[in-house]
Structures are given as C-alpha cells and as structure tokens.
Design a protein around this ligand. Structure first.
Ligand SMILES: Cc1cc2nc3c(=O)[nH]c(=O)nc-3n(C[C@H](O)[C@H](O)[C@H](O)COP(=O)(O)OP(=O)(O)OC[C@H]3O[C@@H](n4cnc5c(N)ncnc54)[C@H](O)[C@@H]3O)c2cc1C
Length: 542
C-alpha cells in the first residue's frame, strides 16, 4: 500500500481515464461465458474510450445543460424543435457509431446472429456508466425495429436508415438523412399502464391515417419517427408517425412543454399534441398492444442492462474512494466493516451483470431454441423488476461510502442516484412486471424455465428451497406476485453466476441470498475476509 502524497490532502483522485472493460472482471467473465465469439479487443477499445476523462466530461455537460424546447418562434409560428448541448450530440454520435441503436439487426430487419445481443449489452452497460439520458432514444430506436417487423414494407423503409450507424441530428425529412432515430408515444394523461384508455384517435387518410390527441410522456422528441398508439375503427392500433410528411412539410406534432424531471436530464421528455398528424399503420387495427409489445420487451431488457451499469459505476466510485481515503490510520477499504459493505455491493453488482448478460444470451438464441425463448419471455420482466429495483438503494449505499463528497453535485453520485429510479418506472413499473410474470408463467413455461435454472445452479445452497418458494408464490396470484418475482430473479442470478463466474462467487451469492440469514441493508451478509478480498479484486484491480 502506498501512502497518498500530502498534497492530495487525503482525497481520492478522479476516477477517469480507465478501461471500463478491462477493469471489470465480472463483465469479462459474463461475456466469455455467454458469447464465445465476442470480439474482446473491440470491447476493450470501447471500454477505453468510454472510460476516458473526455467522455465523463461529456456526460457531465449533457446533464448540466439540459435540452430546451423551442415551441414557437418570435412571431408565434410553430417551431416544435428541441435544442441540445453539443455534448449530447457527441454522445449520440459515438453510441450510434458503435451500434448501440442497431447492432442487433441486419439491414433486412432480421435479427443479427449471436452473440449480437450480448456484445451490444456489454457496450450499453459501459455507456450507461458514463451517461444514461442519451441511451433513451437509442434503446427505443433499436427496439422499434422489432415492432416494425409486423409491417415489412415499413421495416424495409426505416431499418436500413437505422443500421447506417450515422447520427444525423438535422431537422430535415428522414429520407434526406444519413441515419434516423425512433421514439414512442403510448402514455396519456389518463393512463400509461392502462393504454386501453388511450383517447388519441386515428382516421384513415390516403395511404395512412390522421392522428388527433395527446401524449403525456413522449421522450426524445427530435426523433425522426415515433411508434404511437391510437384508437382506430377496429380498436387500439400501433402507428408509425414521421416528423415530416411525404410532401416534405413538417408533420403536426405540437410540443407543449418538456418535463422537469428528477433525473435523466440530458434526455428531453415531452408532452405533445397531435393535430391531424399523419402516420402509417403498423400491424392490424385493434392489435396495437400486441404489436408494440415486441418493442417493449427489448426496452425492458435495456432498462435492466442500464441499471446494472449504474450499479457498476456507483460501486467503482465507492471502491476507488475507499482505496484512497485514510480514516483512523487505515485506508477505508481496510476497515473491516467498510470492506464488508463494499464486498456485499460487489457481489450484488456482479450478480446483476451476470444475470442481464445471461438473459441477453437467451435473446440471442431464442429463435432457434424454444427453451431460451421461454427463458427470455419469463425472465425479462423478472430481471427488470429485480435489477431496476436494486439500483436506487445500491447507489445510495455507494454514495454513503464517499461520505460528504458523495452528496455533492460535482461528484458523479448525485446524478447516478437521480437516474436510478427511472428504469423501474418506465417501460412497465414494478407491479406491472410482476403481473407480466404471472401472465407468462403457465405451468408448462414455468416448469421449463425453473428446470433449466435448477440444472444450471445444481448443488448451490438454497436452490431447491427457493425453487419451491417460487412455485408456491407463483400459485399465490397477485398477493404473492412480487415475492415470486424476487425469488425467480434470485434463482436466475445464482444460475447465471454459476455458469459464468468462479464457483466461489456463485456459492457465496447462493449462500447469502438464497440460504442463510441476511439483513435488509448491504453489508449485512456474512462474508469471510478471504472472500472479501477476492470479490474486491475482481470488482476493480488495484
Ligand atoms: C422520464 C420518463 C420518460 C418517459 N418516456 C416515455 C415515452 O417516451 N413514451 C411513453 O409512452 N411513455 C413514457 N414514459 C411514461 C412511462 O412509461 C409511464 O409513466 C409508465 O408506463 C407508468 O404509467 P403512468 O405514469 O400512467 O402510471 P400508472 O399507469 O397510473 O401506474 C401507477 C402505478 O400503478 C401501478 N399499477 C398499474 N396497474 C396496476 C395493476 N393492475 N395492479 C397493481 N399496480 C398497478 C404501476 O406499476 C405504477 O407503479 C416516461 C416516463 C418517464 C418517467
């Protein structure tokens, strides 16, 4: 151990100019275990770039200067544009060039082959550690392609513009642009979860429909297209609404205001009125939910990946600080209780990344393997529920590890903390995820997935009991749905660790989370000193 120079005044140096891939053993193991063919050098280059001080500064700037709505010009003519800081555009350009919005699709709108989901997830997780707001339009863009599959002509029109990997922020018609982004509008004032209460109307018009109504939350309003839900004659229907009509005129999307949000500040979230806005139908009339759910399944997956990324950055900020800060003549990390807290956090964060990467493998293999398709269906809502709900408390604990500095705006922790709850709220909040698990868990599907998890995690302490508890809770309906989902996620996490992490890590997770006794707070697990050391060394090399 080296003693800090006196001029550092016992403060930890900034955590930057690091390689987010090479320094993250749990991530590397999860990628190796789930994506044999992954290009590790490319991931390492991504990790180096995104761990640079330059990228952290972009993340800071994009949030310190949130987007501004230009609703009208000086004379009162409609402008309906949003102005972003250059740092936001720079983040968008880099992420799009790296395929975060497109690498899981081919130009013909068919899924890219394995391990496309896993390698994109690794990048998405690293980018989320630096800036999450700009990931919103990227996740919507990549997910929208799944819904467009219902309308091959529209997919053939739009997807080739997604896979160009070019960011073109100009406010011009989509066909003149080098690349496009897509958003979605489902939520209305009177109902977000219950989209069947949508009042937005769609009337047939020429080759499409005219849409009239409002959306209460529509993020990334400078996207080139939006998937929106509206009531057509045949019921709730999905539509593709362009910012420009085919004659080159601006489509009638009138932004009322931008939300003043707790976090996610670099991303614009609008309230919008559609005044006879033109749109094409996607899928049959009355099949709106069924069509757009293809998209939502992927955005839910991304919520969990991003939350794992937030947890990772909070963990390394805390661990890095604890390795530099001296209290009572010892480094913080050498104080036994702090070491126990950090190790418990490292275990939790390692489980989160192992779990989401294993789930991405199921998405990679689902088309050719019914067992993996069953896992993807049942576990996506469970993993979103668990990882996204763990993140806020986790980030708070990390903040506390930094003491007062963690509470101060200039440190990254307040931004991570404000960011953390949104992944649980949007794309289906906790209860909605639990209801989705109940819906998916037919006896046959539940049996298939639980058998597979039990086989992956065979021999781990508490697997058998947790499986029984999961089955019982699933049978308990809504009253026990949250318990069932938690248990299911824990089973899946233990199984995922068993498959890709060292046996000792999987055993420790199972012993502390599935069996044994443990308190509510992080740091209440019984972890032996040797395991503490190895968990912390895995989490971040000194
Ligand atoms: C920053 C941000 C950006 C957003 N961007 C978009 C966007 O781009 N496009 C878009 O369409 N939406 C967007 N949303 C909206 C978001 O998806 C909704 O807020 C979310 O779906 C919940 O809907 P709601 O707000 O109407 O709440 P409600 O539907 O009223 O739900 C409130 C609570 O009730 C729970 N609940 C609902 N039904 C049940 C039930 N049957 N049983 C038990 N509990 C239940 C929910 O889990 C939730 O916790 C965004 C939201 C945020 C915060």
């Amino acid at each position: 151990m080296t003693t800090p120079e006196p001029e550092l005044a016992n403060q930890s140096p900034p955590y930057e100019d690091v390689n987010l891939f090479e320094s993250d053993r749990p991530l590397r193991d999860a990628v190796t275990g789930n994506a044999a063919g992954a290009d590790r050098e490319a991931l390492a280059a991504f990790g180096r770039r995104w761990g640079s001080a330059d990228m952290f500064e972009r993340g800071r700037l994009a949030n310190a200067h949130p987007p501004r709505l230009e609703a009208l010009d000086a004379r009162g003519f409609r402008r309906d544009t949003v102005e972003f800081h250059p740092a936001y555009h720079a983040l968008m350009a880099e992420s799009i060039a790296e395929g975060l919005a497109s690498s899981t699709w081919g130009a013909d709108a068919t899924p890219a082959s394995a391990p496309a989901q896993v390698t994109r997830a690794a990048r998405f997780y690293m980018a989320a550690q630096v800036e999450t707001g700009h990931l919103c339009p990227l996740t919507m863009t990549r997910a929208a392609a799944a819904a467009l599959a219902a309308e091959p002509k529209l997919a053939a029109m739009v997807v080739p513009k997604i896979v160009t990997r070019r960011y073109d922020p100009r406010f011009i018609p989509w066909w003149e642009k080098g690349g496009v982004t897509l958003g979605m509008g489902m939520t209305e004032r009177q109902g977000g979860t219950d989209v069947r209460t949508n009042t937005t109307r769609a009337m047939p018009h020429g080759e499409g429909y005219l849409i009239t109504g409002h959306k209460w939350f529509m993020s990334a309003p400078m996207c080139d297209f939006f998937l929106v839900l509206a009531q057509a004659h045949g019921g709730l229907t999905c539509f593709l609404m362009p910012r420009f009509r085919s004659d080159g005129s601006v489509n009638a999307l009138h932004f009322q205001r931008l939300k003043d949000k707790l976090g996610n500040r670099s991303n614009a979230s609008s309230e919008v009125e559609f005044a006879d806005a033109f749109a094409w139908r996607v899928g049959a009339e009355g099949r709106g939910v069924r069509t757009i759910i293809q998209m939502v399944q992927l955005t839910r997956l991304d919520c969990a990946i991003a939350s794992a990324g937030l947890m990772r950055m909070a963990l390394v900020q805390a661990l890095h600080h604890a390795r530099h800060r001296i209290v009572f003549q010892k480094r913080l990390v050498d104080q036994p209780m702090m070491a126990g807290v950090l190790a418990d956090m490292a275990l939790e964060a390692e489980a989160a990344i192992a779990l989401v990467v294993r789930l991405c493998r199921s998405f990679d293999l689902a088309a050719s393997d019914p067992g993996e398709a069953a896992r993807a269906r049942l576990l996506t809502p469970a993993v979103k529920f668990w990882v996204c709900k763990r993140a806020p408390a986790f980030v708070y604990e990390a903040m506390e590890c930094l003491g007062g500095n963690g509470y101060v705006e200039e440190s990254l922790l307040p931004r991570l903390y404000r960011e953390a709850p949104v992944n649980a709220i949007w794309e289906g909040s906790g209860n909605v995820m639990a209801l989705d698990v109940l819906r998916a868990a037919t006896p046959e599907l539940a049996q298939t997935v639980l058998d597979a998890l039990a086989s992956d995690g065979e021999g781990l302490q508490g697997m058998r009991e947790t499986r029984v508890q999961t089955m019982e809770a699933l049978a308990g309906g809504e009253a026990q749905a949250r318990l069932a989902v938690e248990r299911l996620a824990l089973l899946a996490a233990a199984a995922a660790l068993r498959a890709s992490a060292p046996a000792a890590v999987a055993e420790l997770f199972a012993r502390t989370r599935l069996g044994g006794s443990r308190g509510v707070a992080l740091g209440t697990s019984d972890i032996k000193p040797a395991d503490i050391d190895s968990l912390l060394a895995r989490a971040l090399p000194e």
